[in-house]
Design a binder for this molecule. Structure first.
Ligand SMILES: Nc1ncnc2c1ncn2[C@@H]1O[C@H](COP(=O)(O)OP(=O)(O)OP(=O)(O)O)[C@@H](O)[C@H]1O
Ligand SMILES: [Mg+2]
Length: 585
């Protein structure tokens, strides 16, 4: 089990390994990449021919006797070249974007499947926010990289190289002068890019902070108003708002310095071209070509500086994704794990010790046996460890020591899929997905018929309220089920558990928010369900569990008392006192 803070720690992965792992995904799209690389090379060539052609035209037109026919041919030639270039640009963009998106699609799938395989304890150790950020941000950063950045890097690099070679051919002296400009522009752009991204990162963090705070304040506005804390919340909001404002202002400052500087260097370069062009006697055509070439490498060089930065960020994004993928699922099937199709329902805890954090033992040497067909009830103060015991049975968590057996098989040797299919767990905190009532009960499994769903609903007496809903089973459930009462949510979750026909039923405060009359009705129908072997129940209302075959009293992770209702009453201990308290009410 892992420590809270190092679970999502960023670990460095050597570049070669990073590349090897990513190659697996890139290789799927090898064909697309090679094809688009060829297209890119062609478009870059076609692109840089134009400035040089324009140079020739200029010379021709400036010559003594230009012929109209020839000019027309030249003009249409240029038009045709441009058209061809754009067609190729279109093709390469389509092919590369699709390939890039497919890579990111596979990565996203792999990450999602990985998250599904992780155990509850691992979720316990990382914040949902950071997990969501990881999956969303990093995959979208990679998506951007593969679809946009990569093409542009290749294109820009090729353009700069070809243009430069051509300039060297035309006049190596002028090319040498301009190379100083290139280096200068690159350095300035690189520094700019680093700074602007720092500010952007800060901006993103601050806006997300601001939104989170806004979200929380609005959700909790009822409490804020009730306790008249508006001014205090306003102050915090003001600070966050102000921070964001300052960062936004920084963005403007950084940009407003960079843009004029680049423009100035551009104009200065034109001056250099004209000055040295005349000085070295290069002729109008060459000078025009150089002038147009300037445009061709100014942009790419600026972009390359930024792209160098984007490569660094893509590397760190993929590194973090791999960090997440490298987290081994804690609860996995052993190679010897067996498939089980039926449980009689004997459950045994043998000297089980468990701590969520590896240090503070929540369960300390817990042993008990529940026989097939029995109903066992767990009783104890809040925080005693009742839910923890139930969680261990379905291997949401793994005990540090001791064993848990179902039908005398160690649950570690049972396939997780079997274990979870045969046990129905109704958790203390009900979770509903956004969707319809039916989808929430079937968990989006279309193989259940409406009759089966209604049967489950009737078992838990939820038909009384669902029948009154205009859209019945198709009624929409909004986020977290907020359009239903707490008790109704429990009934829906109860129906979900029943529908999946468990052989061991785990009910953690399943009826805590349901009125007594409905609760009694549910209990009597539960007794009629034949597929349920053993039932484990936690309830604070003792009336619910009086008829249980055994009552296990938990206190600070120990078993304090154990027996049926009569035995425990006779004992006059913890349970007796608890019962008297509730009874006297
Ligand atoms: N996910 C968790 N991570 C860390 N500690 C936990 C976690 N869940 C429970 N605990 C701790 O374990 C102890 C036992 O919790 P548990 O939920 O088993 O109590 P319980 O008996 O079910 O209480 P209640 O009657 O309130 O439901 C508590 O002290 C709680 O702080
Ligand atoms: Mg509990």
């Amino acid at each position: 089990m892992s420590n809270k803070h190092d679970l999502l720690e960023d670990k460095k992965i050597p570049l070669n390994i990073l590349f090897k792992r990513t190659w697996k995904y890139i290789a799927q799209e090898k064909g697309a990449f090679i094809l688009s690389l060829l297209l890119i090379i062609v478009t870059v060539f076609l692109g840089v021919i134009l400035p040089r052609l324009t140079g020739y035209y200029t010379d021709y037109i400036a010559s003594s006797a230009p012929k109209l026919n020839m000019i027309l041919i030249l003009a249409f030639g240029a038009l045709f070249l441009t058209l061809l270039t754009q067609l190729f640009v279109y093709l390469e963009t389509m092919i590369l974007t699709k390939a890039g998106q497919r890579i990111v699609y596979s990565l996203r799938m792999v990450v999602f499947e990985h998250i599904e395989s992780m155990s509850q304890n691992q979720f316990n150790d990382m914040s949902v926010g950071s997990l969501v950020t990881r999956v969303c941000n990093y995959t979208s950063q990679l998506s951007e990289f593969f679809t946009n950045v990569l093409v542009k890097i290749i294109k820009n690099l090729l353009t700069v190289i070809i243009v430069y070679i051509w300039m060297m051919v035309l006049s190596y002296k002028l090319a040498a002068v301009l190379s100083i400009v290139v280096v200068f522009i690159f350095i300035i752009s690189y520094i700019f890019s680093i700074n602007i991204h720092k500010v952007y990162t800060k901006e993103r963090k601050q806006i997300s902070d601001l939104n989170t705070y806004l979200n929380e304040s609005i959700s909790g506005m009822r409490i804020v108003q009730l306790f008249q804390q508006e001014k205090k919340f306003e102050k915090v909001f003001d600070k966050k708002n102000n921070d964001y404002f300052k960062t936004k202002y920084m963005v403007t400052i950084v940009f407003s310095g960079y843009r004029p500087l680049v423009s100035f260097i551009y104009i200065a370069s034109i001056a250099l071209v004209i000055y040295f062009g005349c000085k070295y006697n290069l002729g109008v055509g060459v000078i025009v070509s150089f002038y147009l070439f300037l445009d061709f490498f100014f942009e790419p060089v600026q972009q390359l500086a930024d792209q160098l930065n984007q490569i660094t960020r893509a590397i760190s994004a993929i590194e973090r994704l791999y960090n997440l993928l490298d987290l081994e699922p804690e609860v996995v099937d052993t190679p010897e794990a067996i498939e089980v199709s039926h449980f009689n329902g004997k459950i045994e805890f043998s000297h089980v010790k468990f701590a969520y954090d590896n240090e503070n033992y929540i369960l300390d040497d817990v042993s008990f046996v529940i026989n097939p067909g029995e109903t066992a009830a767990f009783v104890g103060a809040t925080g005693a460890g009742k839910s923890t015991i139930l969680n261990l049975i379905v291997r949401n968590f793994e005990p540090q020591s001791g064993h848990i057996y179902i039908d005398d098989i160690d649950i570690k040797d049972i396939k997780l899929s079997s274990l979870r299919r045969l046990t129905g767990q109704m958790l203390q905190d009900v979770f509903l997905f956004s969707g319809t009532i039916k989808e929430n009960i079937t968990l989006f499994d279309d193989s259940y018929t409406d009759e089966e769903v209604w049967d489950a609903i009737k078992y838990v007496n939820a038909d009384k309220f669902i029948e009154h809903l205009e859209n019945g089973l198709e009624t929409k459930v909004i986020e977290k089920g907020e359009n239903f009462s707490t008790g109704q949510r429990q009934l829906l979750s109860f129906a979900r558990t029943i529908l999946h026909k468990p052989q061991i039923m785990i009910l953690d405060e399943a009826t805590a928010n349901i009125d007594t009359e409905t609760e009694i009705a549910i209990q009597s129908s539960l007794n009629k369900i034949s597929n349920i072997g053993t039932m484990l129940v936690v309830a604070h209302r003792l009336s619910t569990i009086q008829n249980a075959d055994q009552i296990i009293v938990i206190d600070h992770g120990h078993i304090l008392e154990q027996g049926n209702h009569q035995e425990l009453i006779a004992k006059q201990g913890y349970y007796y006192n608890l019962y008297k308290l509730q009874f006297d009410k």
